[in-house]
Structure formats: C-alpha cells, structure tokens
Design a protein around this ligand. Structure first.
Ligand SMILES: Cc1cc2nc3c(=O)[nH]c(=O)nc-3n(C[C@H](O)[C@H](O)[C@H](O)COP(=O)(O)OP(=O)(O)OC[C@H]3O[C@@H](n4cnc5c(N)ncnc54)[C@H](O)[C@@H]3O)c2cc1C
Length: 456
C-alpha cells in the first residue's frame, strides 16, 4: 500500500495487469497518482497466472501475494474483463477520451503470434505455443478450445517455452514422442538448466547420440568438442520429474530449418519438411544458413515456440514485432525514448503514451525483468508528468465513474478488485474441499457465476 497521502492530481491509465502493469501501478500510486488498470482477463496477473507452468505453485502464489497488496491500494482501480483495441470493448482512443488521462501506459504483453509463413501452417494440428500454454493454464477462451494433439509432436524452437510445452506433452498428454526442432546447433540451446529438469529423465540418450553424430562435422566446425556438448545436454537425465515416470521419448533435431508442414489426407500434419543448415558467423552471433538439402520428420502435430509479437489491433503504431518507439534520443533524459510511443506517419511522439514490459520488448525475460521494466517506465512517466498541469483527486474520481457508466451502458460485464477477492476466496474454499493445492475456474461463465453467487 502506498505511504504517500498527498495526491498528485494526475490520473494514469494502464492497459494490462501482468507483472509490468501491476508492479508499475505500485510506483505510480506511491507518486500520488490515481491509477486505472484495464485488463482483458477477469483475473489479474497476465502470464504469472496463465503462462508460468501450473505446478509452480510457490512461485505463482508468492507473486500473487504481492499483486494482492498492490491491487488493494485505494489509489489503484482495477477493471477486469475489458479488452481494449479494434473490435474490442473499447478502442484505445475511446478509453483516452473518457478518462482524459495525464498519461497512458500500455502493459498488454505480447499477444500476437509469430509464424514462419510455411505452407501447411494454418492446418488443424498446427499451433502457437502461447495458445497451448494459455489452454493448459486455464485462460478462457483457450481453455475451452479443443487442441488436436497427436502422438508425434514437433516443437519448433529450443527455449524455455519449448520446455514448458514439452513438460505438458510428456507428463499430462503422455504422447509417444516430443521432437524439439532447432535451426541452430545444440550449443545454441536457449533453455536453462533449471527448466529442462522437468523433462530430462525422458531424453533418449541413444537417439541424442545418433543425432549429434549426424551433425558432428557442422557442430565441430564452430563449437568444438561434441562430447562436452553431449555431457552438458545430459547432465540432468537422472533427475526424476515431480510427476513421476512418463513413456514419452524426448528427442532433438538440430541444424534444420522447417520449410513446410506436409499434410496427410485428413488435412492434418503428416510430416515436417526441414532444410539442413550450417552455422555461420554474423557479427558476434552464429546464425543458420540453409544448405539446400531437405529431410522429412514424421509428425502429426506441430507447435511453434519461436516467441511472440505485440497485438497490432490494440491501436498503437506497429513496426515488425513491436510497437514503434521514439527513434530520437530524449534530450533531457537519455534512455527515456525507449518507452515513448512514436507515430511514424506523423513523424512525432504520441504525447503521453508509453510502453512497458513485453509490450515494449516482446518475449523478453522473466517476471523480474518485466517488473524492472515497468518500474523504469514509471520514472519515464514521472519525468513527463512533471511538466503536465495536475488535475485533482476529485476530478479523477469523476472520470473513473464516467468510465463505469460508459461500460454499463454498453453492457460490458466488467469486474472490480472486490470481485477478484470474492473469486479468490471461493477458489480457495474449493481447493480445500477438493484437497488440491490450487483450484481455479477455467471459464469466464464459471468465474462470473461464482462472483455473482457470493454477491447475492
Ligand atoms: C510459457 C511461459 C512460461 C513462463 N514461465 C516463467 C517462469 O517460470 N518464471 C518467470 O519468472 N517468468 C516466466 N515467464 C515470463 C513472464 O511470464 C513474463 O516475463 C511476464 O509475465 C511479462 O509481463 P507483462 O506484464 O509484460 O505481460 P503479461 O504477463 O503478458 O501481461 C499482459 C496483461 O495484459 C492484458 N491484456 C492483453 N491485451 C489486452 C487488451 N487488448 N486490453 C486489455 N488488457 C490486455 C492481459 O490480460 C494480461 O493480463 C513465462 C512466460 C511464458 C510465455
């Protein structure tokens, strides 16, 4: 709870209640600002709630506790179950018109998906990792969608998200094979030693040895000793996963770039066509260069785990996978430009609009990094607000009431923080009744019904 009793008179609106949005709200409230947080999901938390693997109870609950403190601050006004953007509940312009905020912060994460544009990649049985992660973590509507998962699942990418998805495939779906496919080599793995332990007991050592033998010449040309790489890749294989044993084989294919998803007669994946690659130096980095020779890997499901992009329909100018930031150094506060949204069509800064967290840099780092980025963003916002004429706490309250009325007149079923507290209480009681560590509802209808039941 903020210790500052003096109101700054400023109203700040933040879109998104993930770690970047919530941790930054604490700093904004401490500076005396009224903070309105608009969140697409009923529950706050973003990827803490719906991204981090569901058995990491301690980690999730630790962060939730901090979020609860921040969201209970009287200066922080939570509005959940409201999507901002084109064809959403409110456009960003409408939101800003109603609230007329002194500053607008976009902390909506990276909700778009990145694809490779391969033939066959829109077929059933081909998915983006984020959608799968949202599905198994219970985020509506993904939680209610059917995902057609076969027995041989290729995951494109070898980062921590690949490991999380593999974790689910190995220990929940218990598929026959998970094949992690990498354009680059084994030494360029992006997953960490801690994360891989969830599936390391399922790594097929003989298959791994054969795969390393297949790429030996290409790996040793740039990365040295293959035996040392093998030792590194297998150092956790004796660690048993918390969930016990699973029949799944965890396999790897290195130095091959997916080029096509070959579909069978049923219109679903039959094989993944890949081009063999070699590693070439590009500046400091090693990148994959196609060799013009191709292989087919038998698969019936393909999941892309190659990072995300921001949502282009939110209402901010986009370039590549990110929103456009000020390309010119801020003369007064060098570094601040990285948080300022820029309109290339107008050739100027979108005054008073800022990006933080994964909305600023898609798929960048863990919760700690999103927190740090949100807090750094607040410094930038406060530098800006120092030059803005303040309003008053009373005026801010009127604007918040105007937002409530507009939403009601449009029949938008939004929730506030007291609703979230009710929901969490009911879920706590349910988890005790069921004797499980944690219980949560997987549909909006159930969450809203639970809130309404207790409100009666
Ligand atoms: C699969 C996976 C596993 C991970 N595991 C870990 C882990 O174990 N440990 C760890 O520390 N980190 C982990 N991370 C990383 C961590 O979750 C992120 O660093 C962090 O959540 C990013 O925070 P954010 O606030 O920028 O975005 P997000 O967490 O994505 O939050 C964005 C929020 O914006 C809201 N929103 C989106 N669009 C709109 C809209 N149009 N209108 C209104 N609201 C909107 C969403 O509802 C959401 O609440 C993981 C990430 C992934 C993808």
């Amino acid at each position: 709870m903020s210790n500052n009793n003096t109101s700054s008179g400023h109203l700040v609106v933040t879109v998104g209640a993930g770690p970047a949005g919530i941790y930054s709200a604490r700093k904004l409230a401490e500076a005396g600002h009224e903070v309105v947080i608009i969140n697409r999901d009923i529950k706050p938390g973003g990827l803490v709630e719906y991204g981090i693997y569901f058995n990491k109870h301690k980690l999730k609950e630790g962060v939730r506790k901090q979020f609860r403190n921040i969201l209970a601050d009287p200066r922080v006004h939570y509005f959940g179950h409201i999507k901002i953007g084109q064809q959403a509940d409110l456009t960003l312009d409408e939101l800003r018109e109603i609230l007329n905020p002194a500053a607008t912060i976009i902390a909506a994460g990276a909700q778009g998906t990145k694809g490779l544009g391969l033939p066959g990649d829109t077929a059933p049985g081909v998915y983006h990792a984020k959608d799968v992660v949202y599905h198994y973590n219970g985020l509506p509507p993904f939680s209610e969608r059917e995902f057609l998962i076969g027995q041989r699942v290729a995951i494109i990418g070898i980062g921590n998200v690949m490991v999380d998805v593999a974790h689910w495939l190995v220990h929940v779906k218990k598929v026959k094979e998970v094949i992690a496919v990498a354009r680059r080599g084994p030494a360029q793995r992006a997953y960490t030693d801690v994360e891989i332990q969830a599936v390391s007991a399922n790594i097929e050592t003989s298959a791994l040895q054969a795969e390393l033998e297949r790429v030996r010449a290409r790996v040793e040309a740039v990365d040295g000793n293959l035996e040392a790489i093998y030792q590194d890749l297998t150092k956790h294989i004796n660690i048993k996963a918390k969930e016990g044993e699973s029949p799944t084989s965890m396999l790897f294919r290195y130095l091959c770039a997916p080029s096509e998803i070959i579909l069978g007669e049923n219109g679903m994946p039959r094989a993944l066509r890949v081009e063999n690659t070699e590693l070439v130096k590009r500046g400091e980095d090693l990148s994959a260069k196609g060799l013009g020779t191709f292989d087919e890997i038998d698969v019936d499901t393909v999941i892309f785990a190659i990072g995300d992009r921001v949502d282009e329909t939110l209402g901010l100018p986009c370039g590549g996978t990110e929103y456009v930031k000020n390309p010119n150094p801020d003369p007064d506060h060098p570094g601040n430009e990285a948080y300022q949204v820029f309109d290339p069509a107008e050739g100027k800064i979108c005054s008073g609009v800022f990006v933080i967290g994964w909305s600023r840099k898609a798929s960048d780092g863990l919760v700690g990094k999103a927190k740090q980025d949100g807090e750094r963003g607040v410094v930038v916002v406060n530098n800006y607000l120092a030059k803005v004429e303040p309003g008053s706490a009373e005026r801010a309250a009127e604007k918040i009431e105007a937002l409530r009325q507009t939403l009601q007149s449009r029949n938008v079923r939004f929730v506030d923080y007291s609703d979230i507290q009710k929901l969490e209480n009911i879920e706590r009681v349910e988890s005790e009744k069921r004797g499980v560590e944690f219980f949560k509802y997987f549909t909006d209808a159930e969450m809203l019904a639970a809130i309404e039941e207790i409100t009666k």
